[in-house]
Design a protein around this ligand. Structure first.
Ligand code: URA
Length: 219
């Protein structure tokens, strides 16, 4: 796809494509979907964390002293999985970023209106210096964009700069991408694929079906 959005990163490599192919295939069982999804989350999170600030520190190896870069320890990192499918990112996320706070967001999609319905919100929190917060909102499927927009608004309303907010998704739709950047042009959006369209039920075509059902075996 031609990418006209400066802050949209479409991550393409053979392992990403292999994972997507496995997840999309309707004949892949739950174990296979989960394994492929986990592998994909690792790669996407690696890309997502490229925006984190670093700091020079002096250390001593067994051979010599030297000044080297490391992740700035004076920042707050938040992982916000949108329940339920977004949870698939959390295991890898806490391995990579053990210092992160996990703030779950519970929303389901009303099947008629396709609008998100809240049932859990762990985001209320005091924010002292908003620029010190780095937020990763995770949801494998970016369909209409309604849930993701609700989640971004929560953090934006706290004053956290858009450039510190990164949404990490696997499969996206052109409509969802457009909706996100229309309201928040300066957030970063990481995806593995941009599919063709949404169907009349709001599912991504070709997509992978209901990601939550396929990951958690509730078909
Ligand atoms: N949510 C899903 O799980 N799949 C879709 O295709 C759209 C939204």
């Amino acid at each position: 796809m031609e990418n006209n959005y400066p802050n949209l990163k479409i991550i393409e490599n053979p392992i990403v494509n292999q994972s997507l192919c496995t997840m999309r295939n309707k004949n892949t069982d739950t174990e296979g979907v989960r394994l492929a999804a986990r592998k994909l989350t690792r790669i996407l999170l690696y890309e997502a964390t490229k925006n984190l600030p670093q700091k020079d520190i002096e250390i001593e190896t067994p051979i010599a002293k030297f000044v080297t870069k490391t992740l700035n320890p004076d920042i707050n990192i938040i992982i916000s999985p949108i329940l339920r499918a977004g949870l698939i990112f959390t295991d890898e996320a806490v391995d990579i970023l053990p210092q992160a706070t996990i703030r779950h967001i519970g929303m389901y999609r009303d099947e008629k209106t396709l609008k998100p319905v809240w049932y859990y919100n762990k985001v209320p929190m005091p924010v002292d210096i908003p620029g010190n917060y780095y937020v990763y909102i995770t949801d494998p499927m970016l369909a209409t964009g309604n849930s993701l927009l609700e989640a971004i608004r929560l953090y934006s309303q706290k004053g956290i700069p858009e450039k510190n907010i990164c949404c990490v998704c696997m499969i996206s739709s052109p409509q969802g991408i457009e909706a996100i950047f229309k309201e928040f042009p300066n957030i970063t959006l990481i995806v593995a694929a941009v599919d063709l369209k949404l169907n009349e039920h709001g599912y991504i075509v070709p997509g992978m079906g209901d990601a939550g059902d396929r990951i958690y075996n509730t078909l």
